[in-house]
Ligand binder design. Structure first.
Ligand SMILES: [Fe+2]
Length: 247
């Protein structure tokens, strides 16, 4: 939680004009009520509206008990929609749960959740769809993590890739971008620990103490721009270089 606080302090100092903070999950390590309470005490102080995305380390019931102010969808999933300008951001709940240690680490997007997403897309009134979800539906080249991506990810992409403009995911703990089924995607690093560049390992629990980071998304009329900020390394005060613009 200290690392998240540090990331949040840095982000709020550098980007106080942000419209929204989206936490892509995991929100906790083991889904305990106490962990969600600690998270709430932090995010309650955030002056920017916060949207939460559940991950495989979370527990939906415990989240709902602590974050009673967060409205679930009609089936109790933590899914939400944010309209900003010409964009509709849909934040999906891919947790295959509920209780931690009694479910799969891979993600799930069931028929009820698909029905919710279909409805959000159908009512978007021309806005471009941006999908936010913890589990990537596609492989990223790390065998250990690909084994716990969104189950039935191919079917998800067949159904939604052509309806969305960009996809943002968590779960992997490494900066990755590319396209899948014609859909551009961005995966951000974690504020805590990172996935090593290990393309042959079959474990999902690799971790290296590379600097923590958060992403900054800029939405313009024609572009979706994703920055990543290693807040541990970044300088709070940026001085111009003497030779930046020689006369
Ligand atoms: Fe995860």
């Amino acid at each position: 939680m200290e690392r998240l606080k540090s990331a949040l302090d840095h982000a709020l100092a550098c980007h106080p004009d942000a419209d929204r903070l989206i936490l892509l999950g995991d929100l906790t390590h083991s889904g305990k009520v106490l962990e969600f309470e600690r998270l709430k005490s932090l995010t309650d102080q955030c002056p920017i509206p916060v949207t939460f995305t559940l991950g495989n380390h979370d527990n939906r019931d415990h989240f709902r008990n602590v974050f009673a102010n967060v409205e679930p969808d009609e089936n109790g999933h933590i899914q939400s929609v944010i309209d900003i300008g010409d964009y509709r951001m849909v934040v999906l709940d891919t947790l295959d749960g509920p209780p931690f240690r009694n479910y799969h680490h891979s993600g799930k997007y069931c028929a009820a959740r698909q029905s919710w997403l279909d409805q959000q897309i159908a009512t978007a009134e021309g806005r471009k769809i941006l999908i936010f979800m913890h589990h990537p539906p596609m492989d990223v080249g790390f065998p250990g993590m690909d084994a716990i991506k969104l189950a039935d990810g191919n079917a998800f992409l067949k159904r939604y890739a052509h309806k969305a403009t960009h996809l943002f995911c968590g779960h992997i703990h490494r900066t990755i971008s590319g396209t899948t089924n014609g859909l551009g995607f961005t995966i951000f690093k974690s504020p805590v620990h990172q996935m090593p560049m290990e393309l042959s390992g079959t474990e999902s629990s690799y971790s290296v103490p590379e600097p923590g980071a958060y992403g900054v998304i800029l939405l313009t009329e024609n572009s979706i721009i994703a920055h990543t900020e290693d807040f541990d390394l970044a300088n709070d005060v940026i001085e111009p270089r003497d030779d930046a613009h020689p006369e």
